[in-house]
Design a protein around this ligand. Sequence first.
Ligand code: PLP
Length: 354
Amino acid sequence: MRTIDLRSDTVTLPTPSMRRAIAEAPLGDDVYGEDPTINRLEALAAERVGKEAALLVVSGTMGNLCALLAHCARGDEVLVGDLSHIYNYEAGGASVLGGVAFHVVPTLPNGELPLDELAAAVRHADDSHEALTRLICLENTHNRCGGVALAPEYLCAVQAFARERGLRVHLDGARLFNAAVAQGTDACSITAHVDSVQFCLSKGLAAPVGSIVAGDAAFIARARRIRKLVGGSMRQAGIIAAAGIVALEEMVDRLAEDHANARMLAEGLASFPQIAIDLDSVQTDIVIFSLQPGAGTATALVQALAARGVLVGEMGRGAIRAVTHYGIDASDIEEALEAARGALAELGVAHGNN
Ligand SMILES: *Cc1c(COP(=O)(O)O)cnc(C)c1O
């Protein structure tokens, strides 16, 4: 039985053109700044997000860590959303390694951190009781909110808010290009509103490894020092960068296919009476749904789908996540929906309400 793996867009395998680029990449020692392929990727990435400089890192987690520690000193405070990846899924790295405190604010279903909540969270710098607020972190697209893209007006408003208060803004843009493609804009017009950004090459863009941090040259110099500190300096990592260049040059526009497939999956799921789903939140490649009360548990549905060759992930509190990506086409979505029909029927029998 073939597996349709919708657990994450991180399961993507490199494209044939990436494998060729990897095999042929000119290489050097990047710790001496001498890997031509890394230098090319960093220049291209900086240009794509309209920043002075960029840095290749091992993962999105390392990218966010380097960014937070490049912005903040020990004891500084960072405003993060309660549903953010940085706060929930990165092992508290900035606190553990950088002595940075997280100040958590609520997240709206559209991925926004309300401005009044941010305003209430900013500390009074002249009061020696309080930590110093330094940075606001936003996430775009927002993973836990179902892959929603932040509204351009909201990004403008946060930028103005931060400037007024002397704060910096970092964007966890693991899926930045999904946001840009969904909104029919380029990444630059999103990142123009933030001081720094992290984006993943290894998710929907299908590179095997790597993320980029970008910002001004002085910020990237500090981030490069942090990358060294956490052991993330690599040598002939042009073999990774080569795939990253292909990711940026060939894999951005096709994200629209993933979004169309996610839409198809979401609408198919919405047609099952047992499924609860907010179709407005399905804007990119992520589909989050749950079971209606009494229709069974998320764990049972995930298992019944897996038994039919369809892999999805549990997100906690009854939520299930499916992600479309390179390697998944419309016929896979049709098959996944057929599997869901069978799985839901099985759950219904188990619950005696079918
Ligand atoms: C995946 C992800 C990350 C971390 O990337 P890794 O490469 O898995 O470390 C950070 N933020 C968001 C929103 C993500 O989805």
